[in-house]
Write a new protein. Structure first.
Length: 186
């Protein structure tokens, strides 16, 4: 099975859930179309789960005509630091509460890339925590913590010698995380 990026959503239920978040928060979506990279902004007005479509407010009649004839239509926005993008096909002109709108089938995939820095906690500069690495036949190495997240932490290091040890995939045993209150986590 081909591995998918963590930020690519293919589940119809999850895509509908993400569209609902964008609708509830009234996120502004930029619609990109045409060979010249034309664009306009819109919002999601309604989601019809039964028909697997959603409705966005329209632009002017001329521009909407160009969108309907465009071979590639992309939607992009940002929600609380997450970059969101999806492509659309088979867009249909409609009216919503008497105003120009368009109906879009729920996309088969959506990119929802949550930016790492929004979910990381900086460690206090005055009293940073430490990560203590104990290597075989060497004195323990103490590295200052830079930040912490639910998936891990980052360290500050100025030593070339230690940098050579800190490569992706490296595993260390007998490590300790010493936080501000001096509690150790092994």
């Amino acid at each position: 099975m081909e591995e998918q990026p963590d930020h690519l959503i293919r589940s119809p239920q999850k895509i509908l859930s993400k569209l609902s978040i964008l609708q509830k928060n009234k996120n502004i979506l930029t619609v990109w179309f045409g060979a010249q990279g034309n664009s306009f902004v819109t919002t999601i007005l309604e989601i019809n789960r039964k028909d697997n479509v959603f409705i966005c407010d329209g632009c002017n009649e001329t521009m909407l005509g160009q969108v309907l004839n465009s071979p590639k239509i992309s939607f992009k926005t940002e929600h609380l630091g997450a970059l969101v993008a999806f492509d659309a096909t088979n867009i249909v002109k409609t009216e919503h509460q008497g105003f120009l709108a368009f109906v879009i089938p729920v996309p088969s995939s959506m990119h929802w890339l949550e930016q790492r820095e929004f979910y990381r906690v900086k460690v206090p500069m005055l009293n940073p925590g430490l990560c203590q690495l104990t290597l075989k036949d060497q004195e323990p190495i103490q590295l200052k913590l830079h930040d912490i997240s639910i998936r891990g932490f980052s360290l500050m290091n100025a030593s070339d010698e230690i940098s050579e040890l800190l490569v992706p995939g490296a595993q260390f045993e007998k490590c300790k995380l010493v936080l501000e209150n001096k509690e150790e986590v092994a």
